[in-house]
Design a protein around this ligand. Structure first.
Ligand code: BGC
Length: 746
């Protein structure tokens, strides 16, 4: 670089940073000016978030029609700063509603402070009718392709920002480490590195999306933190997580999201180690503010201050619960139906138990967010770009994500892809002709919309298979109860191919609690009863978490984990079966073998100890491993190299490997790099994913990919205080079935 270019670059950098600095100074001056004029009630109102059902005409979630008579007093008399929720209605209905909400909120607020509106667009703008619906995050994890996390965020913005949806309650940054937990599908899987890379990309692209100008949106890191690992697997039940593990597993995704500009977090509704997180100063101030340096807004989850009284029993009444939560560090309460929090907080300040400067601290964060989002300059939604909703180019992105998210786990004798000469295809199981099952919860409505609310052009596995095999007779049977078993068997005997579309029906949160990972018996019975047919047997698991299929997989020829692939999933599955698409997904969560014991791939070394390895059933609890997934082509890894056999703590080491497509069709391969620390002062996982990259290879093509190992980032680990330890010693790097050892020296 010439000196002149260097000089110009420096000038440019300093201009940009001066501008950012001036902008934030400007915002902070405006915020202080407002705070100076605000009454206590106005401040506390900003800290309150209420549900749509208290301001719409019927009190129903689905009703996106404002009742001004209900709404105006909340603004004029109680100064409420935020509202949330709704269900999928068309863009123009959302526009009318938000236009009225924003006009009335500005007009009736003494200081003209606009409200901020929050909504659960979890996989695309999933509460807008006819929008593009991406796969859920567990599937995005399985793509191991950061582009899909990005596209999910960008498309969500393009299909909702104009409507006045300012605050997107995504992404879930929890780790899916307990397969019973009903929110597994909302996570990027079990691995902290996958969650940090994909979650970080989602946050950055949601919060920095030039396509939605003049609007902006904020993401929400959910649910801070440790929510996903309850002891019993049920939602919002106690977790016992050693502090060291909190830092090692649960902090990284939030930290990465914060490094990518995350503006808000939502708090874990459960308790960790005996303290409900909403009442934990240690977590909400110590960890969140002091350790992680988060300056954004911390909102409670649904009714969680109430729950400190009614569920956790750490406070006798709402007032004491409010005291605990505000002192712990919350900024806003998703109350969500009444003014109990607002009134209690005003009283607590008037009694001198909470200082007004503590209130100012939260109001400052909330107003800063509103300024950053441009709500003061640009409060009103727009209906000029409604044609973006469900645009074909967005659906094409969701389709690509769905294709790459489906994992081929078994393909005996290459039964897949099915030849286009197949004459008779039978699809059996609860997901054979269902749109809602492919989408799961948080789609159109909290528990997943009813089948008839899905757009006509969304394909099911059945309708898409008919299109993919135009010359075949394709039939489906959804009711697999015992009374239908003999009909299923006789049709299956006549079929060249039977596709079993098994798994789960939609659920969200605690509604999806289960007592066992075992599926309904009828799903096993159908496979048992048809195991001796002549045709090929393909098991497709449509499910939000890995349910036990151990007894099924030996009785079928092929297994596809479809997860919850979204509206484009039916087409993606059928096209993979027909071979017009080549599978490239890899499991982002370990598929457990048993209903009773399961471990994530990055478990401690002592899980399988020498004494119990002698008994085969204790040697592994895994049916399909994290990172496992086949293709219709084959990839050969070779020439794994390390730039040196030892590495200094302040040095770097480069690893490289060559990957060749040895088959005769093009395919994509996610290259997963794992590291193992052979001994350390705190027991280490057997292996840890530290880098991944997805490449596309034409037949016969090879590519050399590399991974630069940075000791502080890749070889260190936290202790129980979060201090980072970097210990000398022996490490192993592994990719595919190859590995190399190296030493870390001082
Ligand atoms: C869920 C959150 C969600 C919120 C608002 C809660 O019950 O835990 O993930 O964002 O409701 O709908």
């Amino acid at each position: 670089m010439t000196n002149r270019i260097k000089y110009l670059l420096l000038v440019l950098i300093s201009l940009v940073s001066t501008q950012i600095f001036a902008q934030s100074n400007d915002i902070s001056a405006k915020v202080e000016e407002l705070i100076d004029q605000m009454t206590l009630a106005e401040k506390v109102g900003q800290m309150t978030q209420l549900n749509i059902s208290v301001i719409n005409t019927t009190g129903q979630q689905r009703d996106v029609y404002l009742d001004p008579e209900k709404f105006i007093p909340f603004i004029r008399d109680h100064h409420i700063g935020s509202f949330l929720n709704g269900e999928a209605v068309p863009g123009d209905v959302w526009y009318e509603y938000m236009n009225e909400v924003m006009h009335l909120s500005v007009e009736h607020s003494r200081l003209k402070i606009p409200i901020i509106y929050g909504i659960d667009h979890m996989h695309g703008a999933s509460y807008v009718a006819n929008s593009t619906i991406f796969p859920h995050n567990l599937n995005i994890g399985a793509t191991f392709n950061v582009e899909h996390a990005k596209n999910n965020a960008i498309v969500t913005g393009m299909e909702s920002a104009d409507l006045g949806h300012h605050w997107i309650f995504a992404p879930v940054l929890d780790l899916g480490r307990n397969p019973l937990w009903p929110r597994i599908y909302e996570t990027y899987g079990e691995d902290p590195h996958v969650a940090e890379v994909l979650g970080g990309a989602y946050v950055y692209n949601l919060e920095h999306n030039p396509e939605i100008a003049p609007y902006k949106q904020t993401a929400t890191g959910k649910h801070f933190l440790g929510y996903s690992d309850p002891v019993g697997g049920w939602d919002r039940t106690p977790a016992h997580i050693p502090e060291q593990q909190i830092y090692e597993f649960f902090v990284p995704a939030f930290k990465a999201a914060m490094d990518n500009g995350l503006s808000t977090i939502m708090i874990n509704s459960g308790e960790i180690n005996g303290i409900p997180v909403h009442a934990s100063k240690e977590i909400l101030t110590g960890l969140l503010r002091d350790y992680l340096g988060f300056e954004g807004v911390a909102v409670t989850d649904w009714a969680d201050i109430d729950q400190l009284v009614t569920k956790h029993h750490v406070a006798p009444n709402i007032k004491e619960a409010t005291y605990l939560a505000v002192e712990a560090g919350i900024d806003m309460s998703m109350t969500p139906y009444d003014l109990s929090f607002t009134n209690a907080l005003i009283e607590l300040v008037q009694e001198g138990r909470i200082t007004e400067s503590r209130i100012d601290q939260s109001v400052r964060r909330i107003l800063t967010l509103k300024f950053k989002l441009g709500l003061f300059e640009n409060p009103y939604p727009s209906n000029k770009r409604l044609d973006r909703i469900g645009a074909p180019e967005h659906k094409a992105m969701a389709y690509d994500a769905a294709v790459e998210s489906i994992v081929l786990l078994k393909n005996e004798d290459n039964v897949l892809p099915v030849a286009n000469t197949a004459k008779n295809i039978l699809i059996v199981g609860p997901s054979a002709n269902s749109k809602r099952n492919l989408n799961g919860g948080w789609t159109l409505a909290w528990q997943g919309g009813e089948e008839e609310r899905y757009p006509d052009d969304v394909e099911t596995i059945f309708t898409a298979t008919k299109k993919a095999f135009p010359n075949a007779k394709v039939e489906f049977i959804e009711d697999i109860s015992s009374k239908n078993l003999s009909a299923i068997v006789s049709k299956a005997k006549a079929a060249d191919v039977v596709i079993y579309a098994m798994g789960e029906t939609p659920y969200t949160e605690g509604v999806g609690n289960i007592n066992t990972l075992i599926l309904p018996q009828e799903q096993y019975d159908v496979i048992d009863a048809t195991q001796n047919i002549k045709g090929s047997k393909i098991l497709v698991m449509v499910e939000g978490r890995p349910r036990i299929i151990t007894d099924m997989v030996d009785k079928v020829d092929a297994v596809l984990f479809a997860g919850l692939p979204g509206n484009e999933g039916g087409k993606a599955i059928a096209n993979i079966i027909a071979g017009t698409e080549v599978p490239s997904g890899k499991m982002a969560i370990t598929y457990p073998k048993f209903a009773g014991s399961f471990y994530p791939y990055n478990h401690k070394m002592a899980v399988y100890t020498p004494s119990n390895q002698s008994q085969e059933e204790f040697a592994s609890t895994t049916l399909y491993s994290f990172g496992q997934g086949l293709s219709y082509t084959t990839f050969e890894y070779s020439d794994l190299k390390l730039s040196s056999a030892s590495l200094k703590k302040n040095g770097t080491l480069t690893a490289s490997v060559t990957v060749k497509n040895t088959g005769d069709i093009a395919g994509m391969e996610s290259v997963l790099w794992f590291l193992t620390d052979k001994y350390a002062s705190i027991t280490r996982p057997v292996k840890e994913l530290r880098h991944f990259e997805k490449i596309k290879l034409a037949p016969g093509e090879s590519k050399t990919v590399s991974f630069k190992i940075d000791p502080m980032k890749d070889l260190s680990f936290p202790d129980k205080t979060g201090a980072i330890l970097l210990e000398e010693g022996d490490f192993t790097l592994a990719v595919d079935q190859f590995s190399k050892d190296f030493k870390l020296v001082d």
